[in-house]
Write a protein that binds this ligand. Structure first.
Ligand SMILES: Nc1ncnc2c1ncn2[C@@H]1O[C@H](COP(=O)(O)OP(=O)(O)O)[C@@H](O)[C@H]1O
Ligand SMILES: [Mg+2]
Length: 382
């Protein structure tokens, strides 16, 4: 079966597509072969609209609904283009969609406690345009079962990285960073996974604010600055970093307001030093999460395997390597496991869609906090 995964993350930078062949013989585990992947940037006005719609205070319902259908069209375009270019016929699509709001922990609303999430990008539109069934809306079923709805990628991390002798930490660095720790020779239910905090989100925000560039391309600005160690230390005091997993984060926690507070902590420092400091804080928060919540509890890990856009930032990678070396952990990249760093999450949603199509559960309760394993997603038939 040929399955396409389509993903757009909290960075709102664009659409990632992965085309995968999945084969299954008898009772063996399905095998995945990545056939193609591609990335399409959002046009600037679409990106701006997405960021505005993530601002729950100012978003208007008519615009939210329009965006939901528009993204369906854009995802369909991206999928069709990739399939055409590689002359591949799709059988199924898994669409993560664009998260506009995620609140993984139940909070009181009109007298009832509810945990809520919304990924936009209408599956019915994609199914109609491509003529294949689409699985979308992966997160609500996990939340209805008491989970935080995230992270869902650990299902794939386990397939890719489990090893009889090596303990591995899968570290994805998108807008938000999240990890999945897979102990040596572990069963699926031994995985712990959670969001560690900002991935590229803070770096992007300060770079945009101070340099008018969308991100610190190849970490050049950070490499030219000096890290303000006291700001890093002070920022690490934030409650989120100390909170025990399971935990999730988004723009709600590390968006505009967070960046503004960070900038004010940096005071009048040189602009390059501010970007260097944001990068160092990001690296430190990843290592700190490992030390605090992974190593202390679950023994030995030898490797951290990085994916996501942050893998393209050499300054961030050098800082991260330095942070985890004293923990006895080596830095590796998902490419070494046959998964390009920019294709990993799209691949994950192809694999999750395949499981749903076969009526099999694919959340990892130890990662999301759900009470049980459930079948994820909703299906739009073509
Ligand atoms: N060449 C690069 N140099 C530095 N940072 C990069 C580079 N390429 C991508 N990034 C970072 O990766 C981010 C996108 O990562 P991605 O994994 O797509 O996140 P998300 O899942 O949140 O969309 C960009 O916003 C940028 O910060
Ligand atoms: Mg992205």
């Amino acid at each position: 079966m040929i399955v396409a995964g389509v993903m757009s993350g909290t960075s709102a930078d664009g659409i990632n597509v992965a085309l995968v062949r999945i084969t299954e013989r008898g009772r063996g585990r399905p095998r995945h072969t990545l056939l193609a992947h591609a990335e399409y940037s959002f046009p600037a006005p679409v990106r701006r609209a997405i960021l505005n719609m993530m601002n729950a205070e100012s978003a208007r319902v008519a615009d939210l609904v329009r965006l939901n259908f528009l993204l369906g069209e854009l995802y369909a375009d991206a999928l069709a283009k990739t399939a055409r270019r590689h002359r591949i016929k799709l059988d199924l699509v898994g669409c993560h969609g664009q998260t506009l709001y995620h609140q993984g922990t139940a909070a009181r609303f009109l007298g009832r406690k509810v945990a809520v999430t919304w990924q936009t990008g209408e599956g019915a539109v994609i199914a109609a345009r491509l003529g294949v069934p689409v699985v979308s809306d992966f997160r609500p079923a996990d939340m209805a079962a008491g989970g935080k709805g995230a992270p869902l990628v650990p299902f794939l991390d386990y397939v890719l990285y489990r090893d009889p002798h090596i303990g591995r930490i899968a570290q994805n660095i998108g807008g938000i960073a999240n990890l999945a720790a897979i102990p040596a020779s572990a069963k699926l239910d031994r995985i712990i996974a959670f969001d560690t905090g900002p991935g590229n989100m803070l770096i992007d925000a300060v770079t945009e604010q101070l340099f008018g560039q969308r991100y610190d391309r190849n970490g050049r600005i950070a490499a030219s600055g000096r890290v303000l160690d006291d700001v890093v230390a002070q920022s690490m005091q934030a409650l989120f970093f100390r909170q025990k997993p399971p935990k999730t984060a988004g723009r709600e926690e590390f968006g505009r307001t967070y960046a503004k507070d960070f900038l004010s902590r940096c005071g009048r420092a040189d602009k390059r030093d501010v970007v260097a400091t944001a990068t160092a804080l990001t690296a430190r928060s990843l290592a700190d999460a490992v030390q605090r919540f992974v190593l202390r509890k679950r023994g030995r890990y030898q490797e951290m395997i990085v994916s996501g856009g942050g893998a393209n930032n050499p300054t961030l990678m050098a800082m991260l390597r330095n942070e985890i070396a004293p923990l006895g952990i080596a830095l590796r990249f998902s490419d070494e496991f046959g998964v390009p760093t920019d294709a990993k999450e799209a691949l994950a949603f192809a694999v999750l869609a395949y499981e749903t199509w076969h009526r099999r559960p694919s959340n990892v309760p130890s990662a999301t906090g759900a009470k049980r394993a459930v079948i994820l997603g909703k299906i739009s038939y073509a």
